[in-house]
Design a protein around this ligand. Structure first.
Ligand SMILES: NC(=O)c1ccc[n+]([C@@H]2O[C@H](COP(=O)([O-])OP(=O)(O)OC[C@H]3O[C@@H](n4cnc5c(N)ncnc54)[C@H](OP(=O)(O)O)[C@@H]3O)[C@@H](O)[C@H]2O)c1
Length: 345
C-alpha cells in the first residue's frame, strides 16, 4: 500500500509564494491542501490557480486545521516571526522563507518553540541544494583545491521588486537589504569555508543611490575572517542589470569558478558553468541537472517531504538560519560604525 502524501498548507501567495505553490504541486508525495492569502485579489488568484485547495483570507484559520503536516511560510520578512510562531505552537512542521527573522531574539524564540513542540524548522536557503553550488562544495570536501583559503561570492543584478504594498522598500518591514539577498551568500561562503573554523570578525561597507532613502543600500560588500585563517568576500550590487552570480574559491592547491546568469533570478532558462583548476589544468565540470532558484525550490519541498516521512536531515536548520541573520546584523553594525565587528560569539 502506498504511503499518503505529505499535506502542505501555504501562507503567502505573492510572487515567491506562487512559485512555492507550484513546487508543492509538482513534487512527488506532496499535496497542496490549503492556502492563506491576504488581500481579496490574492485570495481570488489563489482560488483560480488552485481550485482543489481551500483558500483562506486569515492564516490562523489555515493553521487551525488538524490535517496539515507542514506549513510553508512565504510572507514579507517582518511577518515571519508572527506567522512562524503560530505554526509551531499550532503543532505543525515549518518551512520558513529567509531571512529567518529580522532580529536574533525572533530567531531564538522560534528555535526554542520548535524544540518545545518537537516540530521541524527549516529555513529557505535553497542555494545549498543546487547541482552547481553543491558540486563546488562536494569538490572542496573531496580536497580538489587543497585547503580552502578564500571565497568570493558575488551578485550583480537588477533592482529588487517592491513587493506587496511596497514592503521591500520600507526599512521597518524588510529589516535591511542585507537580510534580503546577501544573506544567501553568507550562508554559501560559510558552507564552502567550513573546514576553516568559524567566522571571527566581519567588516562591511555599503552605499545607496536613493537620495531620499539612503538606508536602502544598493551596493554592499563584506569581508568575513575565519578562525582558521581563510576569509570570504560577499559582494552585491542592485544597480546593475539582469542576474549574474559568481563564486570563486581558491585553496592551497587549486581553484573553482562557478557562475550563473539569467535575465532574472526566477528563470528556467539560465546559463551556468563550473570551471575547475587542479593546479595543472583547467576543466569544465559537468553539471547533471539545471540549477536556479526555481529548481532548488522544488528540491527544497522534496527534502521537507523526506524529512517528515523518514527523518532525513533538513537542508538548512533554524540554527543555520539564525547564523545567517546574525552575520547580516553584524555586517549592518559594521556599515553603521565603520568598524570591524567581532562575531566569534
Ligand atoms: N529563498 C529565496 O530565494 C526567496 C526569493 C524570493 C523571496 N523570498 C522571501 O519570500 C518572502 C516573500 O517574498 P515575495 O517576493 O513573495 O513577496 P511579495 O511578492 O510581496 O508577496 C508577499 C505576499 O504575502 C502576502 N501577505 C501579507 N500579509 C499576509 C498575511 N497576514 N497572511 C497571508 N499572506 C500575507 C501578500 O499578500 P497581498 O499581496 O494580498 O497583500 C503577498 O502576496 C520574503 O520573506 C522574501 O524575502 C525568498
Amino acid at each position: 500500500m502506498s504511503e499518503k502524501p505529505v499535506r502542505f498548507g501555504l501562507v503567502g501567495f505573492g510572487a515567491w509564494g506562487g512559485h512555492h505553490a507550484n513546487a508543492i504541486t509538482v513534487t512527488k508525495d506532496a499535496e497542496l491542501v490549503a492556502i492563506a492569502a491576504h488581500s481579496p485579489a490574492s485570495v481570488e488568484r489563489a482560488k483560480e490557480a488552485y481550485p482543489d485547495a481551500t483558500v483562506y483570507a486569515d492564516y490562523r484559520e489555515l493553521i487551525a486545521r488538524d490535517d496539515l503536516d507542514i506549513v510553508d511560510v512565504v510572507v514579507p520578512s517582518y511577518l515571519h516571526h508572527e506567522v512562524a510562531m503560530a505554526v509551531l505552537t499550532g503543532g505543525k512542521h515549518l518551512l520558513l522563507e529567509k531571512p529567518m527573522g529580522i532580529s536574533l531574539d525572533q530567531c531564538d524564540e522560534m528555535i526554542q518553540t520548535a524544540k518545545q513542540h518537537d516540530r521541524l524548522l527549516a529555513v529557505g536557503h535553497e542555494l545549498r541544494l543546487s547541482s552547481m553550488w553543491g558540486k563546488a562544495k562536494q569538490m572542496i570536501e573531496e580536497g580538489f583545491i587543497g585547503k580552502p583559503q578564500y571565497a568570493l561570492v558575488e551578485l550583480s543584478r537588477n533592482p529588487y521588486r517592491m513587493g506587496a504594498d511596497g514592503w521591500r522598500y520600507d526599512i521597518d518591514r524588510v529589516g535591511s537589504w542585507v537580510l534580503e539577498e546577501p544573506i544567501h551568500f553568507f550562508d554559501l561562503a560559510r558552507w564552502y569555508l567550513e573546514s576553516s573554523g568559524q567566522p571571527e570578525r566581519i567588516y562591511a561597507t555599503a552605499n545607496s543611490r536613493q537620495l531620499e532613502r539612503p538606508e536602502l543600500q544598493d551596493n554592499f560588500s563584506a569581508i568575513m575572517h575565519f578562525s582558521g585563517g581563510s576569509y570570504a568576500v560577499v559582494s552585491q550590487t542592485l544597480a546593475a542589470f539582469e542576474h549574474h552570480q559568481t563564486a570563486k574559491i581558491t585553496g592551497t592547491k587549486g581553484a573553482l569558478w562557478a557562475s550563473w546568469s539569467g535575465a532574472m533570478d526566477r528563470t528556467r532558462h539560465p546559463t551556468f558553468q563550473l570551471r575547475a583548476f587542479d593546479g595543472n589544468e583547467v576543466t569544465t565540470v559537468p553539471i547533471e541537472k539545471p540549477t536556479g532558484e526555481l529548481f532548488e525550490l522544488e528540491d527544497q519541498i522534496a527534502r521537507m517531504v523526506d524529512a517528515v516521512r523518514s527523518g532525513t536531515p533538513l537542508h538548512c536548520t533554524g540554527e543555520d538560519g539564525r547564523w545567517s541573520v546574525a552575520m547580516c546584523l553584524a555586517a549592518e553594525e559594521s556599515i553603521r560604525t565603520g568598524e570591524t565587528v567581532s562575531v566569534s560569539n
